[in-house]
Design a protein around this ligand. Structure first.
Ligand SMILES: *Cc1c(COP(=O)(O)O)cnc(C)c1O
Length: 373
């Protein structure tokens, strides 16, 4: 047998129909389907604003860029972040010449609020929280901490599409949430993302800034038909907005998101049941109150170096989410500051999680792990 770690599923005919509409209309860029998808995402999440982008990496950068400009942050100001994440999270901080300060993680692999609090200094401006694998961890406590200390809370919601915390989208707890619809995320398109500010002005700023800082507002208001080509440019923006082809796929994928996530949760339950009697295999728990998108199913084992090759031998792909980012030369200055993250990052394994996994696959995977752990 062979089993990939992730295997995106697309509803091909429906996607093609949506894309055909773009092609026939001659509108593949910004606007049209991007607006339709923004509306659909707001309706789905109950978030007040949503702006469609070409990736979540762009969105994380945009969030920091906009807050830095709006709040007058200066180079070297600090953003508390996690060493257990995809590098996008931390690179986004570097793009703005801000300093990533690493806080440790808890048993959910998400930021530990106690360590976040210890790492606050007079220069701390924001906290970047990552919902690992769909888990919301102790997000509510981090939200409270940010309110108490006047810090901006940026939610890296790359894995959180469709996750719920006490029945609501976790994005509602942040100042800005950034979702990813990259090719192998739990709501895959080709590449795209969404930035959701809670503030109307910041949302409007994000719309300008994601299109090179171009502002049509002043001219649109006064335009009596003569100056539709006129615009202003007040800031150095980026080319970060999404396009209608990707949004066409996203509109279809969103219709199936809840069903797909619930299918993934069933797979997770099968894994949980198989590991329930094993002392050597510890599934990463889902936080209370969280209904996870289950983008990942992760276990911790002491002898990962035996377990991963044993699975590879029978055709099973696995992954590590993530390697402690402070091991990268880029972030080595923080090495040793997050002992839990370091320890867990050496033991954690992600198992195949997608919609084509059958009972037989799960049996083969869990049997192999239990025999080798
Ligand atoms: C995938 C991912 C990103 C980046 O998303 P893109 O849409 O690929 O730019 C950011 N953060 C985390 C945690 C991710 O897994």
């Amino acid at each position: 047998m062979t089993t990939q770690l992730f295997r995106p599923r697309f509803h091909v005919d429906e996607c093609l129909m949506e894309i055909r509409e773009c092609l026939e209309k001659g509108w593949t860029g910004l606007g049209f389907k991007t607006i339709e998808f923004e509306d659909a995402w707001r309706a789905y999440t109950a978030l007040p604003y949503a702006h469609y982008l070409n990736s979540a990496t762009a969105g994380l950068h945009l969030a920091l860029n906009i807050y830095k400009l709006e709040r007058g942050w200066v180079d070297g100001d600090e953003v508390i972040t996690t060493p257990i994440t995809f590098v996008s999270t931390n690179h986004a901080i570097m793009y703005e010449n801000l300093t990533p300060v690493f806080a440790d993680v808890d048993k959910y692999l998400c930021l530990d609020p106690d360590d976040v609090e210890r790492k606050i200094t007079p220069r701390t401006r924001a906290v970047m929280f990552v919902g690992i694998g769909g888990n919301t961890g102790q997000l509510e406590r981090v939200t409270e901490l940010c309110r108490e200390h006047g810090l901006v809370l940026i939610l890296d919601a790359a894995h959180l599409s469709g996750s719920k915390l006490h029945g609501k989208d976790p994005g509602l707890l942040a100042d800005v949430a950034v979702y990813s619809f990259q090719a192998v995320k739990n709501m895959p398109t080709g590449d795209s993302g969404m930035i959701c500010f809670t503030d109307a002005e910041l949302d409007a700023f994000a719309r300008r800034q994601s299109w090179l800082g171009i502002s049509k507002d002043t001219y649109q208001r006064s335009n009596k038909g003569g100056y539709s080509w006129m615009y202003d440019v007040d800031t150095v923006g980026f080319k970060y907005h999404g396009n209608s082809i990707m949004a066409a796929i996203a509109l279809v994928q969103l219709k199936y998101l809840d069903d797909d996530n619930s299918h993934r949760r069933q797979v997770a339950q099968c894994y949980d049941a198989a590991f329930a009697t094993s002392n050597a295999v510890q599934p990463v728990p889902v936080a209370p109150g969280c209904v996870s998108s289950r983008h990942f199913y992760q276990i911790a084992v002491d002898n990962r170096d035996a377990v991963m090759p044993a699975l590879a031998d029978i055709g099973i792909s696995t992954g590590v989410h993530y390697r402690d980012n402070t091991l990268y030369p880029m972030y080595a200055y923080a090495h040793g500051t997050c002992p839990n993250a370091h320890r867990i990052s050496e033991r954690v394994v992600s198992l195949p999680m997608h919609l084509d996994l059958g009972k037989d696959d799960i049996d083969a995977i869990t049997t192999c792990i239990i025999a080798n752990a």
